[in-house]
Write a protein that binds this ligand. Structure first.
Ligand code: AMP
Length: 187
């Protein structure tokens, strides 16, 4: 089963993706983790993107798309993809659609975890203490949220009419969100 988890930073995409990875024996594809990994390994891509990420801006579609394309066409992962933080722009959504079709796959569900700005600020401030991410300070959080609102509206419009698009209240507790997802997946 291929699933997209969609929503603002701090909506709980990563937590649910990790849960689904175990439950379904799938693969969590977190673009944020992939990009942080490039920075940690000090690759050419890592050097290019570090300032974007620290400022809470989106990394170029070209870079993110090329990382993602490799995984979608990886035969070991076919039909077992959990997208966490991708697509975030309309161009990414269109590319994903193309590659999913070209690799004879489909997206089974798109879960939209919808959360208010106030809840996100509270959650990310907590996460900063636990994970110590350099892009989790208040200014950056607000910038990341604004970037999300500006660029993801077209992605929402792109998916929201589809029958496999499911909106879930991302302000609920982790286990309540998980229960709603399980109910929809029938697992
Ligand atoms: P995340 O871990 O999903 O919160 O992502 C952290 C940061 O990585 C974002 O603020 C962006 O700078 C970058 N990033 C993650 N996913 C994407 C994406 N699909 N497109 C562009 N930038 C991304």
């Amino acid at each position: 089963m291929n699933i997209i988890l969609f929503g603002p930073p701090g909506a709980g995409k990563g937590t649910q993706a990790k849960y689904l990875e175990k439950k379904l024996n799938n693969f969590q594809l977190s673009t944020g983790d992939m990009l942080r990994d490039e920075i940690k390994k000090d690759t050419e891509i890592g050097k290019k993107i570090i300032s974007y990420m620290n400022e809470g801006k989106f990394v170029d579609d070209d870079i993110v798309n090329s990382l993602m394309k490799k995984v979608i066409f990886d035969s070991n992962k076919k039909g077992k993809l959990i997208f966490d933080g991708y697509p975030r722009t309309l161009e990414q959504a269109k590319n994903l659609n193309l590659w999913i079709n070209d690799s004879n796959q489909k997206i089974d569900f798109i879960f939209f975890l919808n959360v208010s700005k106030e809840i996100i600020i509270q959650r990310i401030e907590k996460r900063k203490i636990i994970e110590k991410r350099s892009d989790d300070d208040l200014d950056t959080i607000l910038r990341r949220y604004d970037t999300y609102i500006e660029t993801t509206k077209p992605v929402l419009d792109y998916y929201s009419g589809q029958t496999n698009f499911k909106e879930i209240d991302g302000g609920l507790k982790i286990n309540e969100i998980t229960a709603k997802i399980n109910e929809i997946l029938n697992v």
